[in-house]
Design a protein around this ligand. Structure first.
Ligand SMILES: Cc1ncc(COP(=O)(O)O)c(C=O)c1O
Length: 405
């Protein structure tokens, strides 16, 4: 029987292949250091867990909640934007809580896309950026992921060569998977471009708080006039180590927020109220929980760069996110990222995410997630050193020539 139209447009998750191999290696007794999925291993701060437990004792919280988010939560998000970015938002019209930022992004795509609408999407990027629109009947035109001098010319070509004119443009800085960070000057140029050409900006700022340089990543909404064209998505998942709680936000342009709020009002009743109460408490905190999480990722990043470098694999130090975007060692590059990732599981007991899973321009890279502790990262480096020292043998004996790109 023919596959459903929508399902046909969703290729099997590339990461699934690596996950299967990882599971079978583990079943055979291998001790795999798992730096694959971006699934934070740190516990949610105790004060946030306590708040949830307290709220759940009140039976009134057991009823359906509010799809757009309880007022206290939206107010807490407005206070966060004002404190962190100096951006004033109206909690009633410019903020909606989402069931994680992924849900918010996907339903925004659903809310605004007509069949055949063109969307400018970075490649490589986090998969929902493209597939949220593909599932909604949109068409993707790839743009570079790097926020450099080539970016605006690529947008101009995107406009010139797309029929119909692109509906929206996706930004994601700090980027998953490349870890690139954008400057305010970059956002200024992009906002000017979007306003001139009447294109919507969807900015994914999931890593707003996971940064290691002195300059925190800016919000696109800091640019005057951005609110006329832009919405931004943030997430509690990484900032407060709350990935399983499913809590995020969309904020910005009223018309876009209202479209998403309308769609969501048909789909959900909001997160469980105690989760929303606890999330508001987290956002209203003094920032010490965030600083602690940031320091842990920074230390892991330093250990990764130092130990992998010594093992013979130099990794550029990411300035933000919980990921390193590592060029595949020259010798192995022609294998492509999926084959190389499989090799790492089978011969180095290390799992990573193949760059191809983020788009065709990611295939010379793998993504390493900082989701195991220092000790385990050093273990991975030791395994890799052993693996790299027998690279020639691996290349010639393990992978048949016809498996190479
Ligand atoms: C760039 C980016 N956006 C969104 C998400 C999804 O986050 P959430 O847990 O808020 O849905 C992730 C998660 O890894 C991400 O890396």
């Amino acid at each position: 029987m023919e596959e459903f139209h929508k399902v046909r447009r969703l290729p099997p998750y590339v990461f699934e292949q690596v996950n299967r191999l990882k599971a079978s290696a583990r079943a055979a007794g291998a001790d795999i250091v798992d730096l694959g999925m971006g699934n934070p291993d740190l516990p949610t701060p105790q004060s946030v867990v306590d708040k949830l437990c307290e709220a759940v004792q009140d039976p009134r919280t057991h009823r359906y909640s509010s799809s757009k988010g309880i007022p206290g939560l939206r107010r807490a998000q407005a206070a966060y934007y004002e404190r962190r970015f100096g951006v004033k938002l109206n909690p009633d019209t410019q903020i909606v809580a989402t069931l994680g930022s992924k849900e918010g992004f996907a339903n925004m795509a659903q809310a605004i896309t007509a069949p055949g609408d063109v969307v400018l999407c970075p490649d490589p990027t986090y998969p929902i950026h493209a597939f949220g629109f593909i599932m909604s009947g949109g068409v993707i035109r790839s743009i570079p992921a790097m926020p450099d001098d080539h970016f605006i010319p690529a947008l101009e070509r995107g406009i010139r060569h797309s029929i119909p004119k692109p509906l929206a443009l996706i930004l994601n800085y700090p980027s998953n998977p490349t870890a690139h960070v954008a400057s305010l000057d970059f956002y200024k140029d992009v906002v000017a471009f979007a306003r001139k050409n009447e294109i919507i900006i969807l900015s994914d700022l999931a890593y707003s708080e996971i940064y290691f340089d002195d300059a925190p990543p800016p919000s696109v909404l800091q640019i005057p006039g951005a609110i006329d064209v832009a919405v931004e998505f943030t997430s509690m998942s990484k900032t407060f180590s709350m990935p399983g709680w499913r809590m995020g936000f969309a904020v910005g342009n009223e018309r876009l927020i209202s479209a998403l709020t309308r769609v969501k009002s048909y789909l959900d009743y909001g997160a469980f109220t105690p989760i929303q109460v606890a999330a508001a408490a987290a956002l209203n905190g003094d920032g010490s929980d965030i600083a602690e999480v940031r320091a842990i990722y920074k230390h892991r990043r330093d250990v990764l760069v130092e130990s992998f470098g010594r093992a013979g694999w130099p990794i550029p130090a990411p300035a933000a996110t919980m990921f390193a975007w590592a060029p595949i060692p020259e010798k192995f590059r022609s294998l492509g990222s999926l084959e190389f990732s499989k090799l790492l599981i089978e011969h180095a007991d290390v799992a990573v995410a193949p760059g191809i899973g983020f788009g065709e321009h990611g295939d010379d890279y793998i993504r390493i997630a900082l989701v195991e502790n220092e000790h385990r990262i050093r273990q991975a480096a030791r395994n890799l050193k052993r693996f790299l020292s027998t690279a020639d043998e691996k290349l010639h004996n393990v992978i048949p020539l016809n498996a190479r790109r």
